[in-house]
Design a binder for this molecule. Structure first.
Ligand SMILES: [Zn+2]
Length: 106
C-alpha cells in the first residue's frame, strides 16, 4: 500500500512540465488516474461555443490534470517541494515533511 502524499486542499509544487516551480492548491485528486487538478497550474485554453448569453464565443482557461509523479507537497517552512513521511499521532496518520517535520494534516 502506498502512502497518500497528496490530498485535496494541499498546496503542491510542480516538479516537471511547463509549470516547474509553480505552486497551487489541489482542487481535486483523481486516484484512479493518479492525477490531480491544481488551481492555476497546467492551464489549457478551451474554446467556448457561441451561445445566446455569449454570442461572441471566446476562449476560457481551464486547469488540466497533472500526474501525481509530477507534483510534490509544498512545505511552507522549507519553501519547496518535499518528501513526506507518515507518522502516527495518537492513532491518527499524519503526513510530515521529511526535512523539518512540518505536519500537513492539522
Ligand atoms: Zn519542511
Amino acid at each position: 500500500m502506498s502512502v497518500v502524499r497528496i490530498k485535496k486542499d494541499d498546496t503542491v509544487v510542480a516538479i516537471r512540465g511547463a509549470d516547474v516551480g509553480k505552486t497551487g492548491k489541489v482542487i481535486q485528486v483523481l486516484p484512479d488516474k493518479n492525477r490531480a487538478l491544481i488551481e492555476g497550474l497546467n492551464l489549457v485554453k478551451k474554446t467556448l461555443r457561441k451561445t445566446q448569453d455569449n454570442p461572441q464565443g471566446g476562449i476560457a482557461e481551464k486547469e488540466a490534470s497533472l500526474h501525481l509523479s509530477n507534483l510534490m507537497p509544498y512545505c511552507p517552512h522549507c519553501k519547496k517541494g518535499v518528501k513526506i513521511r507518515c507518522d502516527r499521532d495518537e492513532g491518527k496518520k499524519v503526513r510530515k515533511c521529511k526535512i523539518c517535520g512540518h505536519a500537513f494534516d492539522g
